[in-house]
Design a protein around this ligand. Structure first.
Ligand code: C2E
Ligand code: CA
Ligand code: CA
Length: 860
């Protein structure tokens, strides 16, 4: 008997050794499988990464080309659908207008880089060609070495709808983008179309390697270039034109997958080695342990059984590779929850085992048991479920399930809350502005499109307000972008506060906003809102204990009265905004049909002015300034005029604002300053010249160097030059202005404050900034009734000037009474029609140095 027992023990010990070994080998096999799987997944992932990268770079290259096409299309459209172009390029070809005056000429190459510009007449002859900015007489087909009759026809077909056409072609082996549009009178009511078929304007943008590289860089595509023959079969290719007839683009896409493989595979190798070593060590230990283990055959069997079920579960876990595992019986009650359940959900396993699975999880569409009961449900499909965790937060989990051989289901659950949230966030971001969180242009368009589609009657109109901030740029320039961002955020929330729930506030550009109001039909309501918006934006915004002031102008367009279509509505609101700004800012304007014509007119004036500055149409007049005490002329103010060939002499009030807005003020002012200095250099030493500066010159352009250079070139003594500036210079950017003014003083010029008394804070500026003189605005003398009070005001200003050691000049001396009064209060100097009107240089030279009796007819 004892012998028997001993033999059983030995037998069971031996079998437990081999059993341990066997399961260890199985485990090792399984691990090897896992490593293999990991390697394969890594390779797959790397491949996938490379492919994604490839697809992405292809996407951006395509985007780059589309955006190029779009911009070329809008440029050609701008020039072709234009009454002036119709008159000067179609009705007859006016080289002077087009080329010499640069309306459609060399600037096309200089500003846009388009190598070719052609006009093809109604009988398909090329009647105007500019190649690389130079006037040529060459047929477009000859220059392109191919016929573009198809493109020309298509452009003519688009005349009615003002649709330009574009195409990629190949010119001498280089891809090029060609854009063509029929020339039409546009919206210019003064031009009438003739019955010839329209001429066509053609722009050619040759995509040479430098240009492609630049475009690629803009879109984050590296080394974008036209593919050579060797690269024909490679990846990263984008054919241009029909079947790649225009050439093929090639770029280099980085291979993130390859890099990943280089890093990942060796790591897996090392891990595999470590695991082998560990298995070997464990094997040795288990063998020893198993030998010591004394267990009965029956217990062995039990553990074998347990191992078998464990293995089954384990297999399922591996198969579905998930976070936690669950099992339910035929009554939908949970019979098993893996340990990870508690880690992931924070819920207690004990509490949930035995509970209905529907109480734990629910799907978007119904209960989980309904989903599980779907006949022939594909086992590889998963379902998204929601549950509430211990902290009461809703979590989202992806559930997969298999029917068990007995009854019930078994499956896995993966927490995907973060993933779902990330997806939602991305969707939000793509429709909202990152800085302010307001809807962006894309969302605006979607919103508009849906609202416009639903819009049936004019009774419940849709109102669009286009806003743009005034005085925002100086905030950005002087206080930095962080401050600018704060201002934008504050403005955004103020705007949002002013509107109702169903309305939309979108930010569509730097300081541009659009509001859509859906529930407003009465004009008074709209205007009340505009007033509220303006008041709200005007309230000071405090940044770093400093008060910043911005304001806004508003343009209003209404659907369906003004337009049905989103882009058109936006354009009209913009035009109205432009009008609001021209109307003095801080106000609102409704879109009106004739605004278009006004803008065309202004654009014309702008292009005329550009020409005028270059081609000597500006004139400088001089208005003398006299010392009041003895009637001696002390200097003169230079005042610019424009001798327009058709409109005659245009006063500066009309064109200076245009020059400021069109970015022409610096070249205009350069001309004024240098002409004034050159003239003054001829005058007697006792006479100074004063010039007016635009506030913009303080912000842009190195004013100090410009003045220094002009002074040097003309040889005039800096002490004989005075600069007149208005208080808006200081209002717009106090800190920077002070620096510039100090630097100007170091050069030796004098500075006076112009139009004193028209602003509201001149007084403090006079004390803080290094002024030499102040000019009392002409409105003061003009409204003089001759009574005591008026005299007192002028007297006070003169006294103030004296206290600050400033030379005080009165402007607008129009009568003998004015002069008498100025004498009475001991004002230093005077200027005005009574003394002398502004004179052209010849008349001024004739007058210079002459002293006339005060009493009879002024000094002149
Ligand atoms: P401002 O600097 O106040 O120039 C004085 C203006 O008052 C001149 O008008 C002058 O002709 C006018 N004026 C002179 N005496 C009298 C008078 O007795 N009565 C009345 N009612 N007016 C008188 P102008 O030449 O039309 O210039 C208008 C404004 O255009 C100037 O105002 C100045 O702000 C601007 N401006 C003129 N030339 C230039 C320039 O070269 N550069 C810049 N940036 N602005 C200029
Ligand atoms: Ca002035
Ligand atoms: Ca003035």
């Amino acid at each position: 008997m004892p012998n028997n027992f001993a033999s059983i023990v030995t037998l069971s010990s031996r079998s437990s050794v081999s059993l341990a070994r066997a399961s260890l080998f199985k485990f090792a096999g399984l691990l090897a499988g896992v490593f293999l799987l990991a390697s394969v997944s890594l390779i797959y992932l790397a491949h996938d990464l490379d492919r994604t990268e490839e697809v992405e770079s292809a996407f951006y290259t395509k985007k780059a080309m589309q955006s190029l096409e779009k911009s070329l299309r809008s440029t050609v459209k701008d020039y072709a659908f234009w009454g002036d172009a119709y008159k000067h390029l179609h009705t007859e070809v006016d080289l002077d207008w087009a080329f010499v005056r640069q309306n459609v000429g060399p600037t096309i190459y200089k500003d846009f880089g388009f190598q070719g510009l052609f006009v093809v007449s109604d009988v398909n002859r090329t009647v105007y060609s500019v190649v690389k900015g130079e006037l040529k007489s060459v047929e477009v087909s000859e220059w392109l070495k191919q016929s573009i009759a198809g493109i020309i026809d298509k452009a003519r077909a688009g005349a009615e709808t003002e649709t330009p056409t574009t195409a990629f072609i190949n010119v001498n082996g280089v891809p090029a983008l060609i854009a063509a549009a029929a020339i039409t009178p546009g919206t210019d009511p003064s031009v009438v179309a003739d019955d010839r078929s329209p001429s066509v304007l053609v722009f050619v943008d040759v995509l040479n390697s430098a240009k492609l590289k630049l475009i690629g860089n803009d879109f984050g595509v590296k080394h974008l270039h036209a593919a050579t023959a060797d690269e024909a079969g490679a990846t990263s290719l984008l054919p241009l034109g029909i079947d790649g007839a225009a050439g093929t683009l090639h770029w280099s896409s980085s291979k993130p997958g390859l890099r990943l493989l280089k890093l990942g595979l060796p790591l897996i190798g090392v891990a595999l080695l470590l695991v082998c070593l560990m298995t070997w060590a464990i094997l040795r230990r288990t063998t020893a342990g198993a030998l010591v283990l004394d267990s009965s055959y029956a217990s062995l069997q039990r553990s074998q059984e347990a191992l078998a079920t464990g293995e089954a579960r384990f297999r399922d876990v591996v198969e579905t590779s998930s976070d936690w595992v669950w099992e339910i019986d035929a009554d939908w009650r949970l019979t098993f929850l893996s340990e990870r359940f508690e880690d992931v959900t924070g819920l207690s396993r004990d509490a949930w085992i035995g509970a209905m699975i529907d109480d734990l999880l629910c799907t978007e569409l119904g209960t989980l048991s309904q989903w599980l009961s779907i006949p022939n449900r594909r086992p590889d499909l998963s379902v998204q479920c929601r549950y509430v965790d211990t902290q009461g937060r809703e979590r989202i989990t992806r559930l997969s399930a298999r029917e068990m051989t007995g009854e019930g289901f078994r499956g896995t659950a993966t927490d995907v809350t973060e993933e779902v949230e990330a997806r939602r966030r991305i969707e939000f971001l793509s429709q909202h502005d990152a800085l302010t969180g307001l809807p962006n242009r894309r969302r605006l368009h979607e919103f508009l499109d849906s609202k416009l589609k639903a819009l049936q009657t004019a009774e419940q109109p849709l109102i669009m307000l286009s806003l743009d901030l005034d005085r925002f740029k100086p905030v950005n320039d002087l206080l930095g972008h962080a401050a600018g961002d704060l201002v934008l955020n504050e403005v955004s929330s103020r705007l949002a506060e002013c509107v109702r729930d169903g309305d939309l506030v979108a930010r569509i550009g730097g300081d541009e906003f659009v509001l859509i109001l859906t529930d407003m039909s009465i004009q008074e309501q709209v205007e009340a809102l505009c007033r509220r918006l303006i008041e709200s934006i005007e309230r000071p915004i405090t940044i770093d204990e400093q008060d910043v002031f911005v304001s806004t102008s508003i343009g209003i367009a209404i659907a369906p009265t003004d337009a049905f279509e989103a882009t058109e509505l936006l354009r009209y609101a913009d035009i109205a905004l432009y009008e609001a700004k021209a109307g003095g800012r801080n106000t609102w304007r409704y879109y009106a049909g004739d605004m278009n014509a006004k803008i065309i007119e202004r654009r014309r004036l702008e292009s005329d002015l550009r020409f005028a500055i270059k081609h000597g149409e500006l004139r400088l007049y001089f208005q003398p300034r006299y010392r009041i005490a003895d009637g001696q002329m002390v200097g003169a103010e230079a005042l610019v005029r424009w001798q327009h060939p058709e409109r005659g002499l245009i006063p500066p009030d009309t064109f200076i604002p245009i020059a400021e807005e069109a970015g022409l003020i610096l070249s205009l002012s350069d001309w004024v300053i240098s002409t004034a200095c050159r003239c003054a250099a001829q005058w007697p030493e006792s006479l100074f010249v004063s010039v007016n500066l635009s506030p913009i010159e303080f912000k842009r352009g190195n004013l100090v160097e410009r003045i220094q250079k002009t002074l040097h070139d003309s040889g005039v003594d800096p002490a004989r030059v005075e600069l007149e500036i208005t208080e808006s210079v200081m209002l717009d950017g106090a800190a920077g202005a002070l620096e510039v003014m100090r630097a100007l003083k170091r050069i030796g010029v004098r500075i006076s404050m112009d139009d004193f008394g028209t602003g509201y804070s001149s007084l403090s500026y006079l004390r803080e900034f290094p002024f030499d003189g102040l000019k009392i605005d002409r409105s003061f003398l003009n409204r003089m009734g001759g009574n005591e009070e008026d005299t007192a005001i002028i007297k006070a200003i003169v006294g103030l000037g004296r206290a600050l050691s400033l030379i005080v000049t009165a402007e607008g001396v129009e009568t003998a009474d004015h002069l008498e009064l100025l004498k009475e209060v001991s004002c230093d100097e005077g200027q005005g029609y009574f003394l002398s009107r502004p004179l052209d240089i010849d008349s001024f030279n004739a007058l210079a140095g002459i002293v006339v009796d005060v009493k009879e007819d002024g000094f002149r």
